[in-house]
Design a protein around this ligand. Structure first.
Ligand SMILES: [Zn+2]
Length: 262
């Protein structure tokens, strides 16, 4: 099958799709949309692999422990085991989240866990899928400290919500960025989308969360990704076809997907 675009960060293995998972996937495939399902803890990482294994092509997985899922903190060895699977194309989601008071208390633990993901990415040569909420200065400092351990395509800042100065520091480390449904309705991301070179931009849905404008309040899914592409095309003043082609090749480059298309 020929994919036109790949949803670089979604969660179709989650229970929200238990009743219509295969139909959700068919709706995406019908539009030429593939997907990378991100694990957020041990179970959802395993489930992401199982789902990817059910399909010959078009579905991949990433494995990791989200910074607010510290219940699995002591199970990182199992994530290391899972990361060896052929369909696993990235490490994460991992990162830092200092949004809630209870998460701020776990700062040191989050940092330790994130560093384990960085080391695993280095060891297994698969890119990082980074979640960062209200923690850009702390996270950028940690990435700089670990600069020698980042691989040549170090990964993505998923659902990027930083400013242009933060984007610049991350571009200097060669990271790429994914944008999702939020940019279709919230104009405060226009500047950063315009600032980041198109070659460093990927798209995601983060489904079931954060639907684009026309589906607001509904459960999100990969087949809704077009609106995000349209917004990027508009902001970059380019044709949607051109945007799609560049973003597809960016996604293949970052996640080393070419080997699946031979
Ligand atoms: Zn996510």
């Amino acid at each position: 099958m020929n994919f036109k675009i790949i949803d670089a960060h979604t969660h179709i293995q989650f229970e929200q799709y238990d009743k219509d998972r295969s139909e959700t996937i068919e709706r995406a495939f019908f539009l030429g949309i593939g997907m990378i399902n991100a694990g957020a803890d041990l179970k959802s990482s395993q489930d992401a692999i199982d789902l990817a294994d059910k399909y010959e092509n078009g579905i991949w997985a990433t494995v990791g422990i989200h910074p607010t899922e510290l219940k699995d903190f002591n199970d990182f060895e199992k994530i290391q085991q899972l990361s060896k699977n052929k369909k696993v194309v990235g490490i994460g989601e991992c990162g830092m989240d200092l949004y809630r008071e209870e998460d701020k208390k776990n700062y040191e633990k989050q940092k330790e866990l994130f560093e384990k993901h960085i080391l695993l990415s280095n060891k297994i040569k698969k890119p990082l899928v980074i979640h960062c909420r209200q923690a850009f200065p702390e996270m950028i400092a940690l990435l700089k400290e670990n600069k020698s351990k980042l691989i040549s395509e170090p990964g993505i800042l998923h659902f990027f919500t930083g400013f242009t100065n933060e984007a610049k520091e991350l571009l200097d480390l060669n990271f790429s960025f994914t944008f999702g449904g939020l940019i279709t309705s919230n104009r405060s991301f226009d500047e950063v989308v315009k600032y980041i070179p198109l070659e460093k931009i990927l798209v995601e849905t983060d489904a079931p969360f954060v639907s684009p404008k026309s589906h607001r309040g509904q459960r999100n899914e990969p087949s809704f990704i077009k609106e995000t592409l349209e917004t990027i095309a508009y902001l970059k003043d380019k044709k949607i076809q051109e945007i799609e082609d560049v973003i597809l090749s960016n996604t293949k480059r970052v996640f080393d997907l070419d080997k699946f298309f031979k």
